[in-house]
Design a protein around this ligand. Structure first.
Ligand SMILES: Cc1cc2nc3c(=O)[nH]c(=O)nc-3n(C[C@H](O)[C@H](O)[C@H](O)COP(=O)(O)OP(=O)(O)OC[C@H]3O[C@@H](n4cnc5c(N)ncnc54)[C@H](O)[C@@H]3O)c2cc1C
Length: 447
């Protein structure tokens, strides 16, 4: 009997991948053509796939590794996120980010992911502004939000993790916004230029011998003899092992159907701020604010070394189990984000955004990832629960380790996780989740 995994859906993006649009142009690797052979084939080149390929280079440098992505590097969620590579528990479904499991283990793993990424930064001469150990601030704009920050700070202290409470004046001096009553500074977050980091990592891997194929959507892979054949429209790879690092598109390949929440987040980016706007804005030239209520608004200021003096606003979420957002989703999010920007920066109110986009992430009801052997010689590093810069790095590393028969703290942690809980059937799943999301957004409206 032939085992075949067929891609029933391919990624569809709405809006530009703005983080790469603001970087100097890059020449993508050519698509897969003809017949190739490899020891390992990694499908999906976001944080997880790139990390899997790098881990393979470390574990089996003599092995031939192929890495394919449906689009160009950083077109997917890896180039659409807000770039917070967070070391601390950051449970999006909790009231204040405190985790529900073993937070000490999670912190150690997230720091291992940061260290692994820092190694790549050194080895591949990735510009330091793309991997900035600047820390982040949990901003609070209401008494309830400040209470979330206090409970989160107490939780961190119980874990032996330092943080610093900032008052309204300090927040205004950093951000140029008088919106915040307080902020909790967490020094351990790395602030990425996400597209800059993943593109530089991909190019470093290519120089290091990984065969990268961009614009090469995998349409199927099948068991043939002792190995697997991976197919795109114009080529095939005969390979011993497959590592699937496609995040929510795991479900498109028929795995974990009815168990993955296909969520979309939205973001906007200002044009380059001119001298007058910068003068009106004030504040420091780089900072990152996560909302103290997870359903609030994330804000980031970047500078010329990261693609220009700009502000990025992220808020709104919608569940779309069909993995495609609607034009109306983006239009609603754009209006909401403009209003949030205007209220936080009245001195720049009405500024027209240069880029507005949606991005795909994948969650499970019980917060678990999917990193295991799916079939003989096929491994996964998927489902990052919205924290894919760190967790994607970990599940990619772990997927590669499993494929090499290596165990580590990463493989021990993720293989011990229970299976993802089953979700309610469609259309109730989307209707119910979107009603809850809208209510939570409303509740966190000032945050
Ligand atoms: C607006 C927004 C803000 C976010 N902010 C943050 C943040 O600040 N910090 C954080 O940690 N996370 C954040 N996230 C989440 C983060 O972006 C994701 O968790 C992360 O990108 C997941 O990494 P990944 O490698 O698992 O998946 P992805 O980055 O989604 O990569 C999967 C890759 O698989 C490819 N693929 C899919 N199907 C196929 C196929 N058939 N053939 C070939 N390739 C295929 C896709 O093209 C894609 O490039 C945010 C997400 C969004 C949308």
């Amino acid at each position: 009997m032939t085992t075949t995994f067929r891609a029933r859906r391919l990624p569809v993006h709405r809006g530009p991948a703005a983080w790469s649009a603001i970087l100097p142009p890059r020449t993508p690797a050519p698509p897969l053509e003809g017949t190739q052979t490899a020891d390992f084939t990694v499908i999906g080149a976001g944080f997880a796939g790139l990390s899997a390929a790098r881990r393979l280079r470390q574990l089996v440098p003599e092995a031939r590794t192929a890495l394919l992505d449906a689009s160009t590097i950083a077109t997917g969620a890896a180039g659409r996120n807000s770039g917070f590579m967070i070391d601390l528990p950051h449970e999006l479904t909790s009231e204040d980010y405190a985790g529900s499991g073993d937070d000490r283990t999670v912190i150690a793993l997230n720091r291992a992911a940061q260290a692994f990424a820092a190694g790549a930064v050194d080895d591949y001469a990735i510009p330091p502004a793309y991997f900035d150990r600047a820390g982040k601030i949990n901003g609070a704009a209401s008494a309830a939000a400040h209470a979330h920050n206090l409970s989160y700070a107490a939780h961190l202290e119980s874990l032996g993790q330092g943080s610093e409470m900032l008052d309204a004046q300090a927040m205004a001096e950093i951000t140029g916004s008088r919106h915040y009553l307080s902020g909790l500074y967490n020094p351990g977050t790395v602030m990425l230029q996400p597209a800059g980091y993943v593109q530089s990592l991909a190019d470093g891997l290519r120089r290091d011998g990984v065969a990268l194929f961009e614009n090469s959507p995998v349409i199927a892979f099948s068991r043939e003899g002792s190995g697997w054949t991976v197919r795109t429209a114009n080529g095939t790879i005969r390979t011993e092992k497959v590592i699937l690092t496609v995040n929510g598109h795991l479900e498109s390949f028929g795995v974990e159907r009815g168990r993955l929440m296909q969520l979309f987040l939205f973001a906007t980016m200002t044009p380059e701020l001119d001298a007058e706007a910068l003068h009106k804005l004030g504040g420091q030239h780089r900072w990152g604010i996560t909302p103290s209520d997870p359903m609030g608004t994330t804000l980031r200021r970047i500078d010329t070394a990261q693609g220009g003096n700009r502000i990025i606003t992220r808020t709104c979420a919608v569940l779309r189990s069909g993995m495609e957002t609607r034009a109306t989703d983006l239009a609603r999010a754009a209006r909401t984000m403009q209003a949030k920007f205007d209220s936080r920066f009245p001195q720049l109110a009405g500024m027209k955004m240069e880029h507005t986009w949606a991005g795909h992430l994948c969650l499970t009801m019980n917060g678990v990832s999917h990193m295991r052997e799916i079939a003989d010689g096929v491994f996964s590093g998927c489902v990052q629960n919205g924290l894919g810069t760190a967790r994607g790095t970990l599940t990619g590393m772990g997927g590669a380790e499993l494929a090499c028969g290596v165990t580590s703290a990463i493989t021990d942690h993720f293989t011990a996780e229970p299976q993802a809980k089953t979700l309610p059937p469609r259309p109730f799943r989307d209707l119910g989740a979107n009603t809850v999301l809208r209510w939570k957004e409303w509740r966190a409206r000032s945050d």
